[in-house]
Design a protein around this ligand. Sequence first.
Ligand code: PGA
Length: 250
Amino acid sequence: MRTPFIAGNWKMNKTAAEAVTFLNEIKDALDKIEGVDIAVCPPSIAIPAVAEVLSGSKVGVGAQNICGAESGAFTGEIAANMITPFCQYVIIGHSERRAYFGVLDSWVNQKAKVALAHGLTPIICVGESLEQNEAGETVSFVSGQVKAAFDGFTAEQAASCVIAYEPIWAIGTGKSASVEQAGGIIHDSIRVPLAEMFGEETAQAIRIQYGGSVKEGNIAAYMSHPDIDGALVGGAALKAGFVELVANAV
Ligand code: PGA
Protein backbone atom coordinates (compact mmCIF):
# COMPACT_ATOMS: atom_id res chain seq x y z
CA MET A 1 0.00 0.00 0.00
CA ARG A 2 1.55 3.31 -1.08
CA THR A 3 1.03 6.21 1.33
CA PRO A 4 -0.11 9.34 -0.53
CA PHE A 5 2.54 12.04 -0.68
CA ILE A 6 1.92 15.74 -1.33
CA ALA A 7 4.97 17.95 -1.75
CA GLY A 8 4.97 21.71 -2.21
CA ASN A 9 7.58 23.01 -4.62
CA TRP A 10 7.91 26.65 -3.71
CA LYS A 11 10.34 27.37 -6.57
CA MET A 12 11.96 30.85 -6.20
CA ASN A 13 9.32 32.18 -3.82
CA LYS A 14 9.35 33.26 -0.16
CA THR A 15 12.24 34.66 1.85
CA ALA A 16 13.22 32.77 5.00
CA ALA A 17 11.15 35.21 7.07
CA GLU A 18 8.11 34.81 4.80
CA ALA A 19 8.51 31.03 4.91
CA VAL A 20 8.49 31.00 8.72
CA THR A 21 5.41 33.24 8.92
CA PHE A 22 3.54 31.10 6.37
CA LEU A 23 4.43 27.78 8.01
CA ASN A 24 3.44 29.07 11.43
CA GLU A 25 0.02 29.77 9.92
CA ILE A 26 -0.49 26.32 8.38
CA LYS A 27 1.64 23.73 10.15
CA ASP A 28 -0.79 22.83 12.95
CA ALA A 29 -3.58 22.26 10.45
CA LEU A 30 -1.28 20.14 8.26
CA ASP A 31 -0.22 18.07 11.27
CA LYS A 32 -3.85 17.11 11.91
CA ILE A 33 -4.28 15.54 8.46
CA GLU A 34 -3.71 11.80 8.70
CA GLY A 35 -2.92 9.21 6.06
CA VAL A 36 -0.69 11.39 3.90
CA ASP A 37 3.00 12.29 3.84
CA ILE A 38 3.60 16.02 3.39
CA ALA A 39 6.69 18.04 2.52
CA VAL A 40 7.59 21.58 1.55
CA CYS A 41 10.57 22.42 -0.66
CA PRO A 42 11.64 26.03 -0.07
CA PRO A 43 14.49 27.91 -1.75
CA SER A 44 17.78 26.62 -0.33
CA ILE A 45 18.59 29.69 1.74
CA ALA A 46 15.31 29.26 3.66
CA ILE A 47 15.86 25.55 4.37
CA PRO A 48 17.43 25.86 7.87
CA ALA A 49 14.72 28.26 9.06
CA VAL A 50 12.00 26.03 7.60
CA ALA A 51 13.48 22.94 9.24
CA GLU A 52 13.54 24.75 12.57
CA VAL A 53 9.91 25.90 12.40
CA LEU A 54 8.85 22.39 11.31
CA SER A 55 10.82 20.48 13.98
CA GLY A 56 8.35 18.24 15.77
CA SER A 57 5.89 18.55 12.87
CA LYS A 58 5.03 15.73 10.47
CA VAL A 59 5.70 18.05 7.55
CA GLY A 60 9.02 17.13 5.93
CA VAL A 61 11.51 19.41 4.22
CA GLY A 62 12.95 19.06 0.74
CA ALA A 63 15.51 20.92 -1.33
CA GLN A 64 14.83 21.85 -4.94
CA ASN A 65 18.18 20.62 -6.26
CA ILE A 66 21.55 19.19 -5.22
CA CYS A 67 24.82 18.83 -7.06
CA GLY A 68 25.78 15.44 -8.48
CA ALA A 69 29.24 15.84 -6.94
CA GLU A 70 30.07 15.55 -3.24
CA SER A 71 32.05 18.83 -3.00
CA GLY A 72 34.42 20.99 -4.98
CA ALA A 73 34.54 23.64 -7.67
CA PHE A 74 30.84 23.88 -8.56
CA THR A 75 29.97 27.55 -8.15
CA GLY A 76 26.38 28.13 -7.13
CA GLU A 77 25.65 24.50 -6.32
CA ILE A 78 24.68 22.86 -3.02
CA ALA A 79 26.01 19.48 -1.89
CA ALA A 80 23.88 16.71 -0.43
CA ASN A 81 25.70 16.78 2.91
CA MET A 82 24.84 20.48 3.29
CA ILE A 83 21.12 19.75 3.27
CA THR A 84 20.97 16.45 5.16
CA PRO A 85 20.84 18.13 8.61
CA PHE A 86 17.58 19.78 7.50
CA CYS A 87 16.00 17.78 4.67
CA GLN A 88 14.50 14.36 4.02
CA TYR A 89 13.73 14.97 0.33
CA VAL A 90 15.25 16.58 -2.72
CA ILE A 91 13.61 17.40 -6.04
CA ILE A 92 15.79 16.17 -8.90
CA GLY A 93 15.50 17.12 -12.57
CA HIS A 94 12.53 19.47 -12.38
CA SER A 95 11.66 20.58 -15.91
CA GLU A 96 12.67 24.17 -15.06
CA ARG A 97 16.13 22.93 -14.06
CA ARG A 98 16.29 20.88 -17.25
CA ALA A 99 15.11 23.76 -19.46
CA TYR A 100 16.85 26.80 -17.92
CA PHE A 101 19.91 25.27 -16.27
CA GLY A 102 20.84 22.56 -18.74
CA VAL A 103 20.29 19.57 -16.47
CA LEU A 104 20.76 16.41 -18.53
CA ASP A 105 19.32 12.92 -17.97
CA SER A 106 22.77 11.69 -16.95
CA TRP A 107 22.98 14.37 -14.25
CA VAL A 108 19.55 13.42 -12.96
CA ASN A 109 20.84 9.87 -12.55
CA GLN A 110 23.99 11.06 -10.76
CA LYS A 111 22.13 13.49 -8.48
CA ALA A 112 19.62 10.82 -7.50
CA LYS A 113 22.44 8.39 -6.69
CA VAL A 114 24.13 10.99 -4.50
CA ALA A 115 20.83 11.79 -2.77
CA LEU A 116 20.26 8.11 -1.97
CA ALA A 117 23.82 7.70 -0.71
CA HIS A 118 23.06 10.47 1.79
CA GLY A 119 19.76 8.98 2.91
CA LEU A 120 17.64 11.56 1.09
CA THR A 121 14.53 10.60 -0.86
CA PRO A 122 14.84 11.92 -4.41
CA ILE A 123 11.68 13.23 -6.08
CA ILE A 124 12.68 12.59 -9.69
CA CYS A 125 10.75 14.73 -12.19
CA VAL A 126 9.88 13.64 -15.69
CA GLY A 127 7.46 14.98 -18.28
CA GLU A 128 7.01 15.86 -21.92
CA SER A 129 6.59 19.18 -23.73
CA LEU A 130 3.42 20.20 -25.56
CA GLU A 131 5.10 19.53 -28.93
CA GLN A 132 6.09 16.02 -27.86
CA ASN A 133 2.63 15.39 -26.49
CA GLU A 134 0.94 16.53 -29.69
CA ALA A 135 3.38 14.52 -31.82
CA GLY A 136 2.45 11.34 -29.93
CA GLU A 137 5.95 11.04 -28.44
CA THR A 138 4.96 11.09 -24.78
CA VAL A 139 5.43 7.42 -23.95
CA SER A 140 8.78 7.06 -25.69
CA PHE A 141 10.11 10.35 -24.27
CA VAL A 142 8.95 9.93 -20.67
CA SER A 143 9.90 6.26 -20.47
CA GLY A 144 13.33 7.26 -21.84
CA GLN A 145 13.69 9.82 -19.04
CA VAL A 146 12.72 7.16 -16.49
CA LYS A 147 15.19 4.60 -17.87
CA ALA A 148 17.99 7.18 -17.88
CA ALA A 149 17.20 8.40 -14.36
CA PHE A 150 17.19 4.87 -12.91
CA ASP A 151 20.11 3.50 -14.95
CA GLY A 152 22.32 1.28 -12.79
CA PHE A 153 20.02 1.41 -9.74
CA THR A 154 19.28 -1.66 -7.64
CA ALA A 155 15.63 -2.50 -7.05
CA GLU A 156 16.10 -1.40 -3.45
CA GLN A 157 17.44 2.01 -4.52
CA ALA A 158 14.62 2.41 -7.02
CA ALA A 159 12.03 1.62 -4.35
CA SER A 160 13.42 4.46 -2.21
CA CYS A 161 12.65 7.07 -4.88
CA VAL A 162 9.56 9.12 -5.60
CA ILE A 163 8.75 10.13 -9.19
CA ALA A 164 6.81 13.22 -10.20
CA TYR A 165 5.19 13.11 -13.62
CA GLU A 166 4.80 16.73 -14.68
CA PRO A 167 3.77 17.45 -18.27
CA ILE A 168 5.63 20.70 -19.04
CA TRP A 169 2.55 22.15 -20.73
CA ALA A 170 0.59 21.83 -17.48
CA ILE A 171 3.11 23.52 -15.16
CA GLY A 172 2.00 26.94 -13.97
CA THR A 173 -0.39 27.25 -16.90
CA GLY A 174 -3.67 26.41 -15.19
CA LYS A 175 -4.01 23.77 -17.92
CA SER A 176 -3.90 20.50 -15.99
CA ALA A 177 -3.79 17.09 -17.63
CA SER A 178 -7.02 15.13 -17.33
CA VAL A 179 -7.03 12.41 -14.70
CA GLU A 180 -7.26 9.65 -17.34
CA GLN A 181 -4.49 11.25 -19.38
CA ALA A 182 -2.12 11.70 -16.40
CA GLY A 183 -2.89 8.28 -14.93
CA GLY A 184 -2.54 6.56 -18.29
CA ILE A 185 0.81 8.19 -19.02
CA ILE A 186 2.04 7.39 -15.52
CA HIS A 187 1.08 3.76 -16.03
CA ASP A 188 2.42 3.33 -19.56
CA SER A 189 5.49 5.57 -19.42
CA ILE A 190 6.61 5.11 -15.82
CA ARG A 191 5.11 2.08 -14.03
CA VAL A 192 5.59 -0.29 -17.00
CA PRO A 193 9.28 0.60 -17.67
CA LEU A 194 9.98 0.41 -13.92
CA ALA A 195 8.49 -3.09 -13.89
CA GLU A 196 10.70 -4.04 -16.85
CA MET A 197 13.78 -2.72 -15.06
CA PHE A 198 13.13 -3.80 -11.49
CA GLY A 199 10.21 -6.23 -11.46
CA GLU A 200 6.54 -5.74 -10.78
CA GLU A 201 6.84 -5.69 -7.00
CA THR A 202 9.30 -2.79 -7.01
CA ALA A 203 7.32 -0.91 -9.66
CA GLN A 204 4.24 -1.22 -7.47
CA ALA A 205 6.14 0.06 -4.41
CA ILE A 206 7.32 3.33 -5.99
CA ARG A 207 5.21 6.40 -5.34
CA ILE A 208 4.40 8.45 -8.41
CA GLN A 209 3.04 11.97 -8.08
CA TYR A 210 1.26 14.03 -10.70
CA GLY A 211 2.28 17.68 -11.02
CA GLY A 212 0.97 20.56 -13.10
CA SER A 213 -1.69 23.02 -11.96
CA VAL A 214 -2.85 20.85 -9.06
CA LYS A 215 -5.26 22.74 -6.80
CA GLU A 216 -7.66 22.23 -3.91
CA GLY A 217 -10.43 21.55 -6.40
CA ASN A 218 -8.78 18.90 -8.58
CA ILE A 219 -6.52 16.89 -6.24
CA ALA A 220 -9.24 14.43 -5.16
CA ALA A 221 -9.89 13.44 -8.77
CA TYR A 222 -6.20 12.77 -9.41
CA MET A 223 -5.96 10.72 -6.21
CA SER A 224 -8.85 8.55 -7.37
CA HIS A 225 -6.64 7.12 -10.13
CA PRO A 226 -4.92 3.90 -8.94
CA ASP A 227 -1.55 4.90 -10.42
CA ILE A 228 -1.42 8.43 -8.91
CA ASP A 229 -0.03 8.51 -5.39
CA GLY A 230 0.09 12.22 -4.69
CA ALA A 231 1.15 15.51 -6.19
CA LEU A 232 4.03 17.89 -6.61
CA VAL A 233 2.36 21.25 -6.20
CA GLY A 234 3.77 24.61 -7.31
CA GLY A 235 1.61 27.71 -7.17
CA ALA A 236 -1.09 26.25 -4.91
CA ALA A 237 1.54 25.34 -2.30
CA LEU A 238 2.34 29.00 -1.64
CA LYS A 239 -1.03 29.87 -0.10
CA ALA A 240 -3.01 28.77 2.94
CA GLY A 241 -5.26 26.79 0.60
CA PHE A 242 -2.45 24.19 0.60
CA VAL A 243 -4.02 22.83 3.80
CA GLU A 244 -7.32 22.14 2.03
CA LEU A 245 -5.45 20.68 -0.94
CA VAL A 246 -3.64 18.20 1.31
CA ALA A 247 -6.86 17.38 3.18
CA ASN A 248 -8.64 16.72 -0.11
CA ALA A 249 -5.92 14.23 -1.11
CA VAL A 250 -7.02 11.67 1.50
P1 PGA B 1 2.25 24.25 -10.66
O1 PGA B 1 3.80 23.71 -10.63
O2 PGA B 1 1.52 23.47 -9.61
O3 PGA B 1 2.37 25.71 -10.36
O4 PGA B 1 1.75 23.97 -12.04
C1 PGA B 1 4.08 22.36 -10.44
C2 PGA B 1 5.59 22.13 -10.45
O5 PGA B 1 6.28 22.71 -11.30
O6 PGA B 1 6.12 21.35 -9.64
